[in-house]
Ligand binder design. Sequence first.
Ligand SMILES: [Zn+2]
Length: 238
Amino acid sequence: MQMAVDENLTKIIEKTVKKAKWKSLSVVEIGDPVLRQKCGKWEGQIAPETFEKLIRAMRSSMLSKPGVGLAAPQVGIPLSFAIMEDHVPGARRGGAEGELKEDGHMEKGGRRDEREFAELPFFVALNPSYTPISSKKAYFYEGCLSLPGYQAVVGRYLDIEARWEDEEGREKAEKLHGWPARIFQHETDHLSGTLYLDKCITRSFSSNGNCEKFWSSPSISRAKKELGFSPKMKSDEE
Ligand SMILES: [Zn+2]
């Protein structure tokens, strides 16, 4: 990886991280232009020591919300990198919601959870990109830390090839399926200035409270019927 440390940027981030030491980094909310620009390629602009501190601070912010991913523009940095981490809910809550199988998937009552959660261990994705392996999409509710309090149904490719560089500059490629594929698409989209709002079925838009109250089952079939949308609606282009 080409290293091109930007001393000014490094100083600003060093300060921000220091200030945030005892509390979380603030997450930029929708309406801020930094969320709408195409991020610059990551080329090592932040000095390694500072970058490490930034990633630690981003991770603790993400976990405290809680969230399963956080992209650099969400902390005000228009550079192409993101962090991701998700754990199967059953595992997270001591098996209360299901059983974590050896292959990392969750089963409930002998059936795979339809959202197809799978363990996504913490990682830093530099310059990530993805290509769908098939045109098959899955439709579920998702949210974003930059639009706190709301969720909407988004059609995401079920299978993708995810590519990124790790912190040592090694090129990585992995096939992702189900929920981890959704997370990777959501975070990577942030880096080109795209929010889930641009891809969601707008009629499904719901407050977190109402999502919990009415649409807590993973299936969107009731929401489809009662809110009046279908995945083929015009608002879900692509
Ligand atoms: Zn987001």
